[in-house]
Design a protein around this ligand. Sequence first.
Ligand SMILES: [Zn+2]
Ligand SMILES: [Zn+2]
Length: 443
Amino acid sequence: MLGERLGAAVIVGDNRDTTGRESDVDSGEPVDRSGVTVGLRRAAEIWSALSARPFSAEETAALLPEPDDSATLVEIARLALRSDACATGPYLHAVLDRLPSSLLRELAERAVHRLTSGPNDAAAEILAYVSVHQAESLAAHLPSLWELSPSEGFYFAEWPWRVADESEIARLWERADPDDELRRERALRCLLQTRRPDVLARLSPAEDDLHSVGYTLGGGELRRLHSASPWHLAFPADLLRRWATRNPLRAHQSSWPVASQRDPQALTSGCIDLACPRCRKRLHRLLYLPSVPPDVGVTSRARVEFVWCAECGPYTEVSYVRHDADGAPADLAMTFVVDPPERQPGLEPADEAIPATGVELVRLEQRWWWQDWAISNDRENLHRVGGEPTWIQDPDYPSCPDCADTMIAAGQVNVADLWDFEGMCYLMWCDQCAISGVVYQQT
Ligand SMILES: [Zn+2]
Ligand SMILES: [Zn+2]
């Protein structure tokens, strides 16, 4: 509580220099002078170290205060905002991870205010993060963000408009003026981000644009391609510790719940007794759901097992698996981007992955329902059932090979964690045909 109280006091005023000395008082906020000064000085030292040199995740993690030290964490972000430092994202996003929602909201306000006096890297990074993890904090600032355009040209520039209300939507329609092509295109991109069926119907966007916001108009009917709220996978504590050793910024990241191991609700990794038709190696289990949650969009099977060939899969456009009446994989067919290279016998990628591991499904706080692969930067838990995929490349919802309908996203497994390699497997599903599709993406 002390941290929150101090953090709130520190962030409201902007009346100290980087050494922590008081300067012009403009906020009138009561401040614990000695305590805050110590915190400010410590924050200044940490920020100075973070911003002065190239740093690794290990070095950043070693420098950052614990999550209960909100006052120092907020002050680091505030110092970044007051500077002209570039490339602040890698440490600033880790700082924001450790802050409670109330302080994120105040930082977002400060970032918007900072941008009114010119471009600022830290402000843009804070707003990018908040547009993913707490977009509602930006609802009141959308008219300002339209003018300031902090992330112009970036793929997430229009994400704040996910929370546009009626009056902002009306403003966007007014801005979609055919006489100003650039302004019109930007307004239409913002309208797309509202993800509201009534707005999308009036926009009548191209199918690719609809996929980018998780919809399809296949068959003439607007259809959602993923559930609104994901379940995250909770892993055993020893595995989380091992991953946190590899990336220490995960240690204080609240999207990593610990599985109890008493009652695993799902299984990941390990091999199943079905061979790849191309390389004859056993297929790798991405996720076995013995009881599929009701809101994921998998209704024609009570259970389902998503698998792929870890050898051939990275070279595919899609790996399709037909499932039997019990949801078990029956056969696999792949479409390739390029032919897989010949590998030496004995090299089994699936054997290099972690063994079969019991996991649980956990509904995290709303802050983690939206995630972005790049902004996550290997800190966040991106193993999910349901929810919108966190695409590494462009959104890619394949068509079902049987009925040609666009498949829905049923989840994703960050195989980079499972086998210390890279890439994400997106788990797609056609409910009427009981066919799964695995789409693999990497940088
Ligand atoms: Zn294979
Ligand atoms: Zn189908």
